[in-house]
Design a protein around this ligand. Structure first.
Ligand SMILES: [Zn+2]
Length: 604
């Protein structure tokens, strides 16, 4: 289960407290999941619900109940018998939710559990009466834009109203935007529920183009309808910056997280190496927009007053270091860069750079078949690397002073009869410790534990085939995603695989969703993700959940092809029995090892 779901699973330790409230032997329950004697593959003896928590709030229009009970006795939910259940008594029915409070009582024999599930709207609601929508006035955070750039204000208000906003000396009319749709969160695609839906409330919007720099303060909004008037002040301020930037940001972390917009909801673009400098052209809260267009958190930079950095570039050359080709781009100052990777190709763009290039020496080598470059007017230089093969094995970016160093990894030397010999594979058993349980099965068994069991079986199977295997954790350590990425970047394995078992958002169909899912981010990991998905589905005759492009901490490393595997659904009662079966675990590990070996062998 990937990081987005953590927010869902967090409440799962409730079992114990509710057990107490319901007179169940709490001590027994707590001990049952943690004690070495706990056998996750054993049939249940008592009624248990591990998800949702007893007092749960959700935006979903339905909810699933993950739990178990004595397989020999019926379990009822609000008086209706739950079916089907797995042979060991596990269940996962989904039931619709009305807006507001919903009560569910599960019973088995004398035991009963009552849960309260509150459904709340997922998007801004029309305000009651003549009022603005709660928290709908912009800007919500301090916003700065340069002279000549459009600044837009918006507010939610009742239909058929007159809405204006006063900013500095200017008053602008905001117009209703009735035909806008609302988009569900990214993870809605995991349950194929990512269609846009009509907005419940009407946003009003209007823009100005400031002609002079200065502090414009907080906009005052006015709402009129039917002779009544309401005014409100926006939570934050607007500043107009000079047309020519006067401030420069310098990246102070190894890999500055650049995004397409001023919050973590915006997509990531190529991280900026330490030392990158660029002019600041806008601000929003603690985010800075740099002149090449990317946004970065101010906390990852230092800011100084200076003229906008620009560089020229002349010659380019490459050199060999063990296992890598380093391509050196000497610059006058570290400029922002972006990377685009596709099978067999790699494109690097230098921003704020004007070429004065006459000579390049990048001969063909283990990684590079050829380099073709293009000036992109007015101030970019683009380098198109044709790789020796479709499969790329890793890249790194850093600044040495003002020289950008792009490292392209050489393919591993593969022995046809023993393809994994000399290959280093990093396995990352997902989650770990009481602080990060991951998903939980119907009897409370935790994903963190099965991830470790299966990772160790896989390690052994890979070592038998000659690979060197490194685990990010050998025990129940509490490792943050960043810690795991640091290990990958330090070890520089040939391949990095993160091992997980899956769950679903509340509106998912836990009973009927099962199978193998693989997740990739960089093109260099795509073929491996598809191959392992297809191999496991075919060889193990497992359902297919699918192959997903996903922005995850463990798919973002660039130093090696990195794939996250979701090997099955902890919350599917039937698949859970396969997940925890010791024999099936061994078969899975052997098959996955064979699949990895087959992929390495067939990759040119
Ligand atoms: Zn997980």
């Amino acid at each position: 289960m990937a990081n987005w779901q953590w927010a869902i699973a967090g409440g799962l330790t409730w079992g114990i407290t509710t057990a107490t409230a319901l007179g169940l032997p709490a001590a027994a329950l707590a001990q049952s999941t943690a004690a070495a004697t706990f056998d996750p593959a054993a049939p249940s003896t008592q009624l248990q619900v591990v998800y949702p928590p007893p007092d749960h709030t959700t935006g979903a229009d339905r909810i699933f109940f993950i739990g178990t009970g004595d397989p020999g006795q019926a379990v009822l939910i609000n008086g209706t018998e739950i079916a089907p259940r797995s042979p060991d008594g596990h269940f996962a029915p989904s039931l619709p939710l009305a807006m507001g409070e919903n009560l569910f009582t599960l019973t088995q024999g004398e035991t009963s559990l009552t849960l309260r599930i509150t459904r709340v709207p997922t998007e801004p609601q029309p305000p009651a009466g003549l009022a603005f929508g709660a928290e709908s006035l912009t800007p919500a955070v301090a916003t700065a834009r340069p002279v000549g750039e459009r600044i837009c204000l918006s507010a939610i208000a009742p239909p058929a109203a007159q809405v204006t906003a006063t900013l500095g000396t200017e008053t602008l009319t905001l117009l209703p935007q009735p035909d806008l749709a609302s988009l569900p969160p990214n993870y809605a695609v995991l349950t194929a529920q990512n269609d846009p839906s009509p907005l419940a409330a009407t946003p009003y919007r209007g823009c100005i183009v400031p002609t002079a720099r200065g502090e414009l303060g907080q906009p005052t909004y006015t709402l009129r309808r039917g002779g009544e008037t309401v005014t409100a002040v926006a939570p934050s301020t607007i500043t107009v910056l000079p047309a020519i930037p006067t401030q420069v940001a310098t990246v102070t972390v190894d890999s500055g997280t650049a995004r397409t917009g001023p919050s973590t909801s915006y997509s990531r673009i190529t991280p900026l190496p330490r030392g990158t400098r660029a002019a600041i052209t806008a601000r929003e809260g603690d985010w800075l927009r740099l002149d090449y267009g990317g946004w970065i958190r101010s906390a990852e930079t230092t800011v100084a007053t200076a003229a906008p950095p620009q560089s020229t570039i002349r010659s380019v050359r490459s050199r060999q270091v063990p296992g890598w080709t380093e391509v050196l781009f000497p610059l006058e100052t570290p400029v922002p860069v972006t990377v685009a990777q596709t099978p067999g190709a790699f494109t690097l763009t230098l921003h704020n750079t004007t070429p004065q290039t006459d000579t390049i020496y990048v001969p063909p080598d283990e990684a590079i078949a050829g380099l073709h470059w293009t000036p992109v007017l007015p101030d970019q230089a683009q380098y198109h690397f044709q790789l020796q093969a479709n499969q790329a094995w890793g890249y790194k970016l850093r600044y040495d002073g003002t020289t950008l160093v792009l490292s392209l990894r050489h393919p591993p030397v593969i022995q046809p009869d023993r393809p994994l010999a000399g290959i280093t594979i990093l396995l990352d058993p997902g989650h770990g410790s009481e602080n990060d349980l991951g998903a939980r099965g119907p009897n409370g068994y935790t994903e963190k534990d099965v991830n470790l069991v299966v990772s160790k079986l896989l390690r052994d199977a890979l070592e038998v085939r000659g690979a060197t295997v490194i685990l990010t954790r050998e025990g129940d350590e509490d490792l943050f995603p960043g810690d795991r990425v640091d290990i990958i970047n330090a070890v520089e394995p040939t391949l990095a695989l993160s091992i997980h078992y899956n769950a679903l958002p509340d509106s998912g169909d836990a009973l009927n969703t099962a199978g193998i899912g693989t997740f990739w981010y960089h093109a260099q990991a795509y073929d491996l993700a598809v191959f392992l998905h297809d191999y496991l589905v075919r060889e193990l005759d497992r359902p297919s959940y699918g192959v997903f492009w996903n922005n995850l901490a463990l798919t973002r490393p660039t130093v090696a092809p990195a794939v996250l595997l979701e090997l099955g659904f902890m919350i599917n009662p039937f698949e859970f029995e396969w997940i925890v079966d010791a024999g099936d675990q061994q078969t899975l590990a052997d098959t996955l090892a064979a699949g990895i070996e087959a992929w390495v062998r067939q990759t040119p």
